[in-house]
Structures are given as C-alpha cells and as structure tokens.
Design a protein around this ligand. Structure first.
Ligand SMILES: CC(C)(COP(=O)(O)OP(=O)(O)OC[C@H]1O[C@@H](n2cnc3c(N)ncnc32)[C@H](O)[C@@H]1OP(=O)(O)O)[C@@H](O)C(=O)NCCC(=O)NCCS
Length: 178
C-alpha cells in the first residue's frame, strides 16, 4: 500500500487526526508512558513548540487521511546534546504493518541529516511488547545502545525501555562546524 502514501510536513489541519492517533496509543498501549491522552490544545502546543525549535514534523497521508506521523525533538535540552535528536513515530492502528512507519522514519532521518544532526535516538517504551518499533528501527540502521529495566509503570506492571541509536552525517567521526 505504500505506493499511495504521501509524506509531507505537518499542517495545523492535521492536528485532530494526529491527536486521535496518539490518544489511541496512550489509552491502549505502552509505547508512550503517558497515562492520560493530551487533548487537541495540548497537542497543538507541543507541535508548535517543536516546529519553532526547528525540528521536522511530518505526516503520512493516504487517500486524504493522516494515517501516521513522526517528528524529531530534543533528547535532552542541555547544550552539549544539541547534535542529538529523539524520534517519535505513531501509525493509526488500522494502517500498521503496511510500510508506512518505514517511509516516515526514512524521511525523518533524511530531514534530520539535512539539518546537520549527528545522532538520532529511539526511546522505545515497553521493549518486550513493542517489537514492531524495535524491528522498524533496526531495519533503518539503529543499533541497541541501552536498556533501562523497570523504567516505566503502566497498566499495573513494570516496563523496560530500550534505547536504540543511529549516527547521522557520520556521527562522531568529525567535529561539528559550529
Ligand atoms: C512501531 C510502528 C511505528 C511501526 O510502523 P509500521 O508502519 O507499523 O511498520 P512497518 O509496516 O513500516 O514495518 C516496520 C517493521 O516493523 C515490523 N512490524 C510491523 N508491525 C509489526 C507487528 N505488529 N509485530 C511485529 N513486528 C511488526 C515489520 O515486520 C517491519 O520489520 P521488518 O523489517 O523485520 O519486516 C507502528 O506499528 C506503531 O505506531 N506502533 C504503535 C506505537 C509505537 O510503538 N510507536 C513507536 C514509538 S518509539
């Protein structure tokens, strides 16, 4: 189905569909460690802040509907982390497993490389359960770089967090220009 998928930057009109996709993920899964899904106003604020910080935010549109989204954001805000981004990616439940995540993450990687970042990290919640995320990231060149046991508590049980990283622009092989 990836032939009919259009990947493009997020527009304000996408926010209701993005909010619905994330809300479902928060309420039913452990990829996100939030308990209460943020509403449209809060999601709009988050995306506006992220865009104002210069990070790419993109959607996958199929037959006019937003079926997934991905964005980069600060991993941590201290200045020495400025060449590192964290990725987030969510696909609507009925569109998962059809290659949309692969397309979105590929485009996000390309956009982050073009912006000069050196590392992307995936913080994968509940790694024992969210196998699709680990597989997606591995297929896109990410390697495991850490595992934080018992780092989340959701739905009455402890969750391990898997960290996976991928170098961008040669990673630490050269010094940055600025
Ligand atoms: C994880 C997620 C983004 C992957 O996107 P997707 O469009 O479903 O993935 P794709 O169809 O592009 O497939 C990517 C890889 O995931 C694997 N995969 C897809 N769905 C899977 C499933 N239900 N179980 C196991 N593996 C799965 C595919 O086999 C593929 O791996 P491969 O290279 O070994 O074949 C999506 O499933 C999702 O939104 N899940 C819920 C939220 C989430 O976990 N987000 C990640 C936060 S870090």
């Amino acid at each position: 189905m990836t032939g009919g998928v259009r990947i493009r930057p997020v527009r304000p009109a996408d926010l209701p569909e993005i909010t619905a996709i994330y809300s479902h993920a928060v309420l039913t899964g452990t990829a996100s460690y939030e308990y209460d899904p943020p509403g449209l106003d809060e999601m709009t604020k988050r995306f506006e802040t992220n865009a104002a910080n210069g990070f790419p935010c993109i959607v996958a549109q199929v037959d006019g509907r937003v079926q997934g989204y991905a964005y980069a954001s600060h991993f941590r805000t201290r200045p020495a982390y400025r060449f590192m981004v964290e990725d987030s990616i969510y696909i609507s439940p009925d569109a998962q497993g059809q290659g949309i995540g692969t397309l979105l993450l590929g485009e996000l990687l390309a956009r982050c490389e073009a912006l000069g970042f050196r590392q992307m990290i995936a913080v994968i919640g509940d790694a024992g359960v969210n196998l699709a995320s680990a597989r997606l990231h591995a297929a896109m060149g990410f390697a495991e770089c850490g595992r934080i046991a018992g780092s989340g508590f959701k739905f009455g049980r402890w969750c391990d967090t898997l960290l996976m990283q991928r170098a961008l622009n040669g990673g630490a092989q050269t010094l940055p220009e600025n």
